[in-house]
Every structure is written in structure tokens, then in C-alpha cells.
Design a protein around this ligand. Sequence first.
Ligand SMILES: [Zn+2]
Length: 211
Amino acid sequence: MSGSQSSGSAALAYPGRGLSILACHWPAPTDLPQFCSCGDLDCPTPARHPSAPSPPNDATRDMGQLSRWWQAHPAANLATYTDPTRVGVIELHHPAKPDHVIRLLNSHRADPCPVIHAGPGLVQFLVQPDLHAADHIPAADPNAAHNGTVTWLAAGTLVLLPPSRLMSGERLRWMRRLYHTTRLADAAPLLAQLAEFIETGALNDLHPLLT
Ligand SMILES: [Zn+2]
């Protein structure tokens, strides 16, 4: 799943790693993205919503269905859904460089887990689902908003996957690859570690504007 991999070949590779996939709208036109391919100029979630009405467009691991979607729309973005049994996602919102976030986690011996750079200031961690995940996140301190935030995505949340493109033209990318959803780390220790970073402002030392 290199950076040059097409959306279609990525879509066909993910089921082998345990993910169900669905096709989403994409930034159009391809060379100079200006609007969502759904054609609604006021699209509330540009390039990040399913490209066909549910239920036919439910996420699937059916290679035939995935082939048909991407043959019809090679530029389609791709996504999966968080679910209560296989895939959970923690989001970190912070302007620190994602490489630095990972280095800091490594230095604290956090369990390695797949990591997506999902756009400016947004890093996503794939972990085992945890029904009590939200309980591990301390209430946000409004005076420390610059310290960033950690969010647990509820089951059933649409999550774009690399190499989907954002409206900026930027592509999502894996910072640490997904081997298989059966090998995801527990959510609680990572949530606790990220919450500690937020609480202590540890990530701010890595802020690109401050270093
Ligand atoms: Zn749209």
C-alpha cells in the first residue's frame, strides 16, 4: 500500500487485512479539486460520504463488488466503518508533525498500531474496539485547547482510508501500516497515553511553529 497505489488496488487489498470497504465521493475535477463529485456545491461532507445510497453501498469484502465500484469510478475515495467487534479508531487533533507524535509514543513504549495521517492536524490510530473507550478520555479543559484533543469515534463512524484524497488534493497516508484487524492493540493504554500528552502539553514541545 505505497503512496502511489491507486484507490482501486488499495480497495481490493484491504479485505485481505480484515477491513470491509465502501466507495465514497471524491474531489473533482481530479487535477484541480473544487467540489465534491456528488455535484452538490454545498455538500456538507465533501469527498467523504458514500457514493451510492445505502444499503447497496454498505461496506463489503466482496471483491466482485469492489471491482465493479472502482471500474465505474477509478477516482473514488475509499472508507470503512468503525464497528463494535473489529475496528476502533482514536483521533488525535494537534498541529504537531505526525512523525513527531509517533516518535513520542515510541519513546513511551506505546503499543505499535496502524496510524493514518488523515489531513492537517489529524492523526488516526486503529485499535481494538472498546465499549468503554470514551470513559478513558478526561473532560477537555477549555483553557488548554492548544494542547489538542483526543476523540474516540463511535461505532458506525465512516473513516476514510489511504490513499483517499481530501478536498485540498492531499492524500491520506499510512504512517504505520495495517497488517490485519485481528492484530490491533488495545485501545485503553493508547488512550491513556494520548490523554497524558494532552494533559501535560507534551505534544506542544513538538509543535512545528515552536521548534
Ligand atoms: Zn458530496
